[in-house]
Design a protein around this ligand. Structure first.
Ligand SMILES: Cc1cc2nc3c(=O)[nH]c(=O)nc-3n(C[C@H](O)[C@H](O)[C@H](O)COP(=O)(O)O)c2cc1C
Length: 181
């Protein structure tokens, strides 16, 4: 149960010995997410640090994300099967559930991980040969935990920032729309 609470969007990655990082369990966990009509509409494409594709995905990502992303070992692009916008909401939800499973398994296995949405869709699609009818939903960086003391100051601040959530009553209510929603 602690995995739910200890998962965090880490900016503390180390890119040493990335070849040894296996994401098999992470991908398998994603596959076991529920999906509408068991359609399993997720498509996942991984690139490993050191490869030309990794560099392309890095360059397709926003500069603010590149700062920490460059030290990750693997970036998984979560996209949809090829669709004609029918059921798009459900399909996005399903892909998100798969991604959450992946993040929890990565956390469980001691990997730093960070989902992100700051990328250019056309560049990501071009880099990975993703067909036009597939939509990119989310990218997920996975890697080895770095040495926090070696982080540049701005990342160190982010890394040590206390994670917060709103109070429960601003998001949850029984029986009707909540007084504090
Ligand atoms: C769909 C999605 C897009 C995100 N995009 C970014 C991003 O572009 N850059 C970034 O640093 N974090 C990004 N995040 C991470 C969120 O900022 C993070 O989940 C949130 O601040 C809560 O922190 P936590 O994950 O540590 O609990 C994204 C998360 C999700 C789920």
């Amino acid at each position: 149960m602690n995995t739910f609470y200890s998962r965090k969007s880490s900016v503390n990655f180390s890119d040493t010995d990335c070849e040894s990082l296996s994401i098999d369990a992470v991908v398998d966990a994603a596959m076991w997410a529920p999906s509408s009509r068991n359609r399993q509409p997720w498509r996942m494409i991984a690139v490993r640090n050191g490869s030309e594709k990794f560099t392309k995905i890095l360059n397709a990502s926003s500069e603010s994300n590149q700062v920490w992303l460059k030290n990750s070992c693997v970036i998984i692009t979560f996209c949809t099967l090829e669709i004609d916008d029918l059921n798009i909401n459900k399909i996005f939800l399903d892909v998100g559930l798969a991604a959450q499973n992946a993040m929890l398994m990565a956390t469980e296995n001691g990997f730093a991980n960070h989902p992100y949405g700051g990328w250019k869709e056309d560049l990501v699609k071009d880099a990975l040969n993703i067909p036009e009818k597939s939509k990119v939903v989310m990218l997920l960086a996975i890697g080895k935990e770095g040495d926090a003391d070696q982080l540049p100051q701005d990342l160190y601040v982010k890394h040590t920032k206390v994670r917060e959530r709103d109070s429960l009553e601003t998001h949850f209510s029984w029986d009707k729309w909540g007084e504090h929603f």
